[in-house]
Structures are given as structure tokens and as C-alpha cells.
Design a protein around this ligand. Structure first.
Ligand SMILES: Nc1ncnc2c1ncn2[C@@H]1O[C@H](COP(=O)(O)OP(=O)(O)OP(=O)(O)O)[C@@H](O)[C@H]1O
Length: 238
């Protein structure tokens, strides 16, 4: 079983209240490579759990399982104590929109054909939100992340990585998720954009009591932000 270290032992969900997003005994293999082996992790509302471990230890894989994007081979995910069956669009929108994920590379996570406004609006369009509400919410989210109107009409090739990551953050927060999973989300950003993105997330977290998973190789960021830290041990190859 993967071991945890830090201010609180996160392995084993016994003793946690049922509120939260949790992985229970999650195992994932890619072909013959077992990446996660019976991993438990619990994120309570309002807390920031730092997840660290050597490259290849399965941090991103665990984040994708918790984001309800990747089905574990065994084990399961619970939301507020209830098992989640299925991933992606097989889940009801009201359930899957409770968890959002922000990736390291905004270019890999966006459609180059869409403007930044359309990118932010994607999750609203996917859930059939009426046009006027989509426009209002998109403007609100753009404002929250500091994107000006002229940037919103541009497509990804015409903006910087930092501006595009702000659009991805706006998109991630548009359905007001209860949990935000940040997978090296500020690693490609300059110091000032990194600070701004972190400030938007921590403000959001405070206002909505959202739980955050923070994956970062930056020890200073981990120390500043995480309320407890979980270590993933090196992967086992079976
Ligand atoms: N879709 C995939 N198909 C096959 N192997 C994969 C896939 N995704 C990840 N892997 C492998 O699984 C292992 C764990 O990858 P993962 O990205 O989860 O680790 P990580 O801890 O996030 O690494 P890093 O810190 O380098 O980002 C790696 O050996 C990786 O090559």
C-alpha cells in the first residue's frame, strides 16, 4: 500500500468524516505496469492536500482517478461517502461537475479552434446552460481570473501560456466545483502569474470551502499552500 507522510497520515480513510472526495484502495495499471497499488487518499472540504512523490509515482494518475476521468482497475472513489460509479460523461452532470482539474500545460488542455471565451464557456455549453446565463457567467469568470475583453476573443495561439492557463482556471471554476485538483498547474508560469493563479484559487477555496489537491515539485509552494502533505512511494512494477 502506498505510504503517506506529513502533518497528518492520509492513508486509510477510517476516522475521516464522510464529507470529502476520497480514493479507496485504488489500483491502476497501464498494461503490465502497476502505477497505483491500493492507494487511499482523502480530501476534506476546505483543506489543501499536497501530493508529492518521485516522477512516475502516479500522482497525475491518482488526480485523474479523483477527477472522475480515469476508472481504477480496482478500488473506488467516493464523494461525501457515496461511491461514484463511472467516469466522464457516463456520470450525471450534477455529480461530475463537483470536481474540476487544472493541468500543467494549458495548450494540451485546450482546443486551438476555440476563443478564450468559448474555452471558458465549454463546461456550461456541455451541460446545456442557456445562452444568456453562459455569457454572464463567462464574463464573471474572466473577470475573476483577470482576463480582459480583448483577450477573450483571441484563440490560444494568440495568447501567452499564463493567459491561457487563466482561461483554463476560469473554465475549471465555472461550475463552482467543491474540489479542485491542481496537477502542476503553475509549473509553466512566471512568478507573478503563478502568484495570481494561486491567489484566485485560495480566494475561491475560502469562499466555497472547496477542497484542493496540490501536485507540485516546488517545495516552497507546497509548504506555503498545503495544509498537509501526502507522499506517494515509488511505483511497483509487477
Ligand atoms: N496513458 C498512459 N499509458 C501508459 N502509461 C502511462 C500513461 N499515463 C501514465 N503512464 C505511466 O504511468 C507512470 C505514472 O505516471 P504519472 O504521470 O501518473 O506519474 P507522476 O507521478 O504524475 O509523474 P511526474 O511527476 O513525472 O508528472 C509513468 O511511468 C508513466 O509513464
Amino acid at each position: 500500500m502506498t505510504t503517506a507522510a506529513g502533518t497528518t497520515d492520509a492513508v486509510g480513510s477510517a476516522g475521516h468524516s464522510s464529507a470529502g472526495l476520497a480514493a479507496h484502495q485504488v489500483t491502476v495499471s497501464y498494461g503490465r505496469q502497476r502505477v497505483l497499488d491500493r492507494v487511499d487518499l482523502h480530501i476534506a472540504p476546505g483543506e489543501t492536500v499536497g501530493l508529492r512523490g518521485p516522477s512516475g509515482s502516479g500522482k497525475s494518475t491518482l488526480a485523474r482517478v479523483l477527477a472522475l476521468l480515469h476508472p481504477p482497475d480496482s478500488g473506488h472513489v467516493t464523494l461525501d461517502g457515496l461511491p461514484v460509479a463511472g467516469v466522464r460523461h457516463r456520470l450525471p452532470a450534477a455529480l461530475r461537475t463537483r470536481v474540476a482539474i487544472l493541468f500543467q500545460s494549458p495548450r494540451a488542455a485546450t482546443d486551438p479552434r476555440l476563443s478564450l471565451a468559448e474555452t471558458i464557456a465549454e463546461p456550461l455549453c456541455a451541460t446545456g446552460t442557456p445562452r444568456d446565463q453562459t455569457a454572464a457567467r463567462t464574463a464573471e469568470m474572466a473577470d475573476l481570473v483577470g482576463l480582459t475583453a480583448d483577450l477573450l476573443t483571441r484563440r490560444p495561439h494568440a495568447v501567452s501560456d499564463g493567459q491561457l492557463q487563466r482561461a483554463c482556471l476560469a473554465r475549471a471554476l465555472t461550475h463552482r466545483p467543491d474540489y479542485l485538483l491542481c496537477d502542476e498547474a503553475t509549473a509553466m508560469l512566471d512568478a507573478s502569474t503563478q502568484a495570481h493563479v494561486a491567489a484566485v484559487i485560495t480566494d475561491y477555496q475560502r469562499q466555497h470551502c472547496a477542497g484542493v489537491l496540490l501536485i507540485t515539485h516546488d517545495p516552497a509552494l507546497m509548504t506555503r499552500w498545503a495544509t498537509r502533505v501526502v507522499d506517494l512511494s515509488a511505483p511497483r512494477h509487477r
